[in-house]
Design a protein around this ligand. Structure first.
Ligand SMILES: Nc1ncnc2c1ncn2[C@@H]1O[C@H](COP(=O)(O)OP(=O)(O)OP(=O)(O)O)[C@@H](O)[C@H]1O
Length: 309
């Protein structure tokens, strides 16, 4: 059998006359792969195709060496957490998860037990038997993630799984995904935010305008971006000293103070990794304290524009 759990070969997809994907070929091994691209790039379409929710217009998709045609058993090995919400509002969280498993043929006892386990894993126990209609955005997202992995799939597709999650839940979900990857599952995680995926995996594919643009680990992808300075906004207690300390660094293109905010400073760097390596030492040597840090390029739009043109 092939070493790849997912094989996408020359796949194109049109919605009427809208072309969403063009001749995409992609082989994926067990572990975690990040699928990165700006809005409208084709990420959701590719995930729906790979999870059998959509048929390709042209091309072939094999999952675990099989295709979806006349093959209902394959569904039980695949999970998808889609972008759209399709929860049962009148059910409690555990009730919903158990019902979904029972619909897939699980017995009541096993379904209830698995549902309780998932509720614990995703830290939803506080909601008790409350109806899903009363869940917050973050709780709904976690419930959808729970649903996608409830039946213990071997291959899991997560479409923008961090949407709506607070910092604690993001860490929880990241750790869960990392653990699934370690256990031998194949997990494909889409996002339009590099930083989000970088915390989970170093293996990335970049997609834009329906085509795969790059594949590699995050360092190789960053190499492709070396001419594109990344912009970081920081709040520090002594911005002038901070500027002086960083201006001599070869990877720093420029550092700007923000006149309207005496604590704010903007750094343009060619190598974000190098910047973060230098940062702790500079803070300590110059006795500077940092209050916040924000990457302007977190949203990949600017980066993709650069990569594509
Ligand atoms: N059901 C549909 N009918 C027509 N066009 C569609 C449909 N779904 C997606 N598209 C189009 O296909 C292209 C790819 O969309 P897709 O949703 O796959 O991108 P995406 O990368 O997931 O973006 P986003 O993060 O904004 O959802 C876009 O041009 C989109 O407008």
């Amino acid at each position: 059998m092939s070493a790849y759990s997912i094989e996408v070969t020359n796949v194109s997809k049109w919605y009427g006359d809208v072309s969403a994907l063009t001749e995409v070929s992609l082989n994926i091994e067990p572990g975690i792969l990040g699928l990165l691209g700006p809005n409208g790039a084709g990420k959701s379409t590719l995930l729906k195709l790979m999870s059998g929710q959509l048929d390709p217009s042209i091309g072939e998709i094999n999952i675990l060496g099989q295709n979806y045609h006349n093959n209902p058993q394959l569904w039980s090995k695949v999970g998808l957490c889609p972008e759209q919400d399709s929860l049962w509002e009148e059910f409690s969280g555990p009730g919903f998860l158990s019902a979904m498993l029972q619909l897939q043929g699980w017995g009541v006892h096993d379904s209830d037990r698995r549902a309780a386990e998932l509720i614990g894993m995703l830290d939803l126990a506080k909601a008790g038997r409350r109806r899903v209609s009363g869940y917050s955005k973050g709780m709904r997202q976690k419930l959808r993630i729970a649903q996608s992995l409830a039946h213990r799939p071997e291959v899991l597709f997560l479409d923008e799984p961090m949407t709506g999650l607070d910092a604690t839940s993001r860490t929880l979900v990241s750790d869960l995904i990392i653990e699934m990857g370690r256990s031998g599952m194949t997990v494909v995680v889409s996002s339009h935010i590099l930083h989000e995926v970088e915390n989970i995996t170093k293996e990335m594919v970049i997609i834009n305008q329906g085509s795969l643009r790059a594949r590699g680990n995050v360092y190789e992808i960053r190499e492709l971006l070396t001419d594109h300075p990344l912009q970081l906004e920081l709040s520090v207690d002594d911005p002038r000293r901070f500027c002086q300390a960083f201006l001599g660094k070869p990877h720093v293109v420029k550092v700007e103070l923000v006149p309207e905010d005496p604590e704010r400073v903007i750094v343009f760097t060619q190598h974000q990794n190098q910047f973060f390596q230098d940062l702790p030492e500079i803070l300590e040597d110059h006795d500077i304290h940092i209050k916040s840090i924000h990457a302007e390029d977190e949203d990949m739009e600017a980066v993709f524009k650069y990569l594509v043109h």
